[in-house]
Design a protein around this ligand. Structure first.
Ligand SMILES: [Zn+2]
Length: 696
């Protein structure tokens, strides 16, 4: 591992900070915190923390010694000065006289001593930074260090690897107790460059930002070199051949890792997935020690909130035998949740029965012959779980290559998983809102995946936005890929654009495979793509009628069939929504080529409701009219209003309510249908009132 320090970048940040009153110490603290945060071999997703001790003037102009420490859960890679709240140091240090401080009390004391009371709460490891005397302190969960220390003889290995330069702190749960233990060990040891926190991570010190940072790099490099030097030669695992396709396996895994919501009939608690594979993952999931290693526990305690303590392990899915795989996957997932419940019961008893059980679903699934899945309540959470699981595979693999991996005890894992200060990290933050569905957890469609066809157009795009805002992760399908991409980008980096020509069976299959591969499946499909053809029915060319049926009827049928296949594999129900348009109910003169397939589509929706109701799959339709879109362009509005001798505004408001109906109104109708768990075979009219088109 090499130092990424660059004098020019450091100087630029110092100069930039000076303009906004950020002193050089803080600017450099920000700089090296980002350097550490950018390397996934050092920290991942809000793990790790850094601090600097300095002086500042408080509101009354008095000089105060402060600790500026990373805010809890903040991402080091993107830290700003405001992400290092300032806490009065002297009162924090006096706490050392106490034997213990409760979590709530400690948070209260920290809050009371923030220079800016509105600043974010400091890291859960703040007291460690406060008690240690050095000016700059860096703390990471470097994978290589964990491989060395997560061993039955971790202390001895560390003494060898770091040549006594790091004092060894036995495992204590993060927080006040660890801070006390760390300062005791530090004071009893020779002058040291830092600390090893057993089964947890590494701390380095420095009198300036560069020294602390480069010591971290140096120490991690020592660990890396040791691993490379001491690695036992391991026989390469022969690749397992002939696993079923990921797009077919993922919905089964995702469905198995869902539970019925006991409070609401018809509702499920679902997760979104992120798949990973690599040589290291392949070695791990196909290796002979998978049974033991998969159950061996986390590499560092704070990973438990993202991955739980153990993954779900599934056998190889063989092509043509997916029914058998699905049965085994559901049994294994069920056993996982039963075991999780027992783990909770046992440890909660020990903790005094005060904890509330989290959902028992796995957050990591290892599939032999395939790879690993990270799972989360949104795609963003799934990505984090997958990143951490990959680091875990590497950390455990390297630990085994130089000895034998050993984690903390189950009781210690429970104490971290159910520590309120760790759980607080999972609360939605502004940072987690970037990316469509990222805010997901408390929203009505959290954990659900919606695919929308014709998403490059007005109604499709508005629907994708509405579903993302309701917490779903969304796939935007359109024959015009750049239109889909543009709309997806407007939603966020995790919204998925997919090219899909609904008139081609292969294109629809490929599009739904892409959705299942990216998210693990699909729960809601809004079949919206369409186009209008006209012609007097007695004279119209048959080719035109066929073209319209191809898009406006068969297109929906292909999309619905592709969705049904995934929904049945998930076995958690689902929802098909169709844009039938007013033409399905109230044909317009010379609009037969458009209205006839739309009328057939209305019947198609009812057929799906009838045939798949018992599978929990609902089918509904929206009958909308006169929406500004590709089907009703500005030119068409101009010519039609002119032909009728009314203004464009009056033309658009030509309905009983006298209100223009928008794409967002249609999107809200689809959203309502997606949420109405007891509604199927329904047509919702969104047209401002048109008696001739009213359902009867
Ligand atoms: Zn830590």
């Amino acid at each position: 591992m090499k130092s990424a320090w660059a004098d020019r970048d450091a100087a630029a940040l110092v100069a930039h900070g000076a303009k906004s009153g950020v002193d050089a110490d803080l600017a450099l603290r920000v700089y090296t915190t980002r350097l550490l945060g950018r390397d996934p071999k050092l920290v991942l997703h809000g793990g790790g923390n850094t601090s600097v001790k300095s002086h500042m003037r408080d509101r009354l102009g008095e000089d105060v010694e402060v600790l500026r420490v990373k805010a809890t859960g903040a991402d080091m890679a993107m830290i700003e000065p405001a992400g290092l709240p300032a806490v009065r140091l002297a009162p924090m240090r006096r706490l050392r006289a106490l034997d213990a401080v409760g979590d709530v009390e400690l948070v209260g004391i920290e809050r009371a001593n923030l220079i800016d009371p509105a600043a974010p709460l400091p890291s859960v490891e703040m007291m460690l930074h406060a008690f240690l005397p050095q000016k700059f302190i860096d703390h990471t969960h470097a994978t290589a260090v964990l491989s060395v220390v997560d061993q039955p003889d971790g202390e001895k290995k560390c003494a060898d690897v770091f040549a006594g330069r790091l004092a060894f702190v036995p495992y204590v749960m993060p927080g006040f107790g660890l801070a006390k233990k760390a300062i005791d060990v530090f004071e009893r040891s020779e002058p040291s460059d830092g600390l090893i926190l057993s089964k947890h991570g590494i701390v380095t010190f420095g009198e300036n930002a560069r020294e602390a940072y480069e010591r971290m790099i140096e120490m991690v490099s020592l660990a890396e070199d040791f691993i490379a030097r001491s690695r036992k030669t391991v026989a390469a695992v022969a690749p397992v051949r002939n696993s079923a396709a990921l797009a077919d396996v993922a919905p089964i895994v995702r469905g198995a890792c869902s539970v019925k919501d006991e409070k609401t009939e018809g509702a499920w608690r679902r997760l979104v997935v992120e798949f990973r594979t690599s040589d290291a993952i392949g070695q791990f999931v196909n290796g002979k020690d998978l049974g033991r290693l998969s159950q061996a526990g986390v590499v560092t305690p704070d990973h438990t909130i993202r991955t739980k303590n153990w993954p779900l392990v599934l056998p190889q899915p063989q092509p043509g035998k997916l029914g058998e795989f699905a049965r085994l996957a559901r049994e294994a997932a069920k056993a996982f949740t039963v075991r999780y419940h027992q783990y909770f019961e046992t440890n909660n008893k020990r903790a005094g029965g005060i904890k509330h059980e989290l959902d028992p679903l796995p957050r990591v699934v290892l599939v032999s012959g395939l790879g690993l899945f990270g799972l989360g309540r949104s795609k963003r959470d799934a990505l984090i779980a997958a990143d951490i699981a990959e680091a875990w595979v590497e950390g455990v693999g390297d630990a085994e290559a130089i000895g034998r991996f050993e984690s903390i005890s189950e009781a210690d894992m429970f104490d971290c998983e159910y520590w309120p200060l760790e759980q607080a990290k999972l609360a939605p933050t502004l940072a987690s809102s970037a990316g469509g569905g990222g805010l997901g957890r408390g929203l009505p469609l959290a954990g659900q995946i919606a695919a929308i066809t014709g998403a490059g157009g007005a109604i499709g795009a508005a629907t994708a936005r509405a579903f993302a805002a309701a917490g779903a992760d969304v796939a935007l399908l359109d024959v015009n890929f750049s239109a889909a991409r543009e709309q997806a980008e407007a939603i966020g980096p995790l919204a998925l654009p997919v090219k899909c020509d609904v008139t081609e069976a292969a294109s629809v299959r490929a599009a739904f495979d892409a959705v299942a591969t990216a998210f693990g499946g699909v729960d809601i499909v809004v079949s919206n793509a369409g186009a209008a053809w006209q012609g007097r029915i007695g004279e119209v060319d048959e080719e035109i009628l066929r073209k319209s049926f191809e898009l406006n009827f068969y297109g929906h049928q292909r999309v619905a069939q592709a969705a049904i296949k995934i929904m049945l594999a998930q076995a958690t129900g689902g929802c098909l929504l169709f844009n039938v348009s007013k033409q399905a109910v109230n044909p317009g003169a010379n609009f037969g080529p458009y209205g006839l397939p739309k009328a057939a589509l209305l019947a198609l929706m009812r057929q799906y409701a009838l045939d798949y109701g018992a599978d929990g799959i609902r089918a509904n339709a929206v009958n909308a009219d006169r929406i500004r879109s590709g089907l009703l362009s500005a030119d068409m509005i101009a010519s039609r209003s002119k032909a009728r001798g009314v203004s464009e505004t009056d033309y658009m408001r030509g309905n009983l309510l006298g209100r223009e109906v928008t794409a967002d109104d249609v999107a809200q109708a689809f959203l309502h249908q997606a949420l109405a768990l007891k509604t199927t075979a329904d047509v919702t009219t969104v047209d401002g009132g048109n008696i001739a088109a009213a359902m009867r």
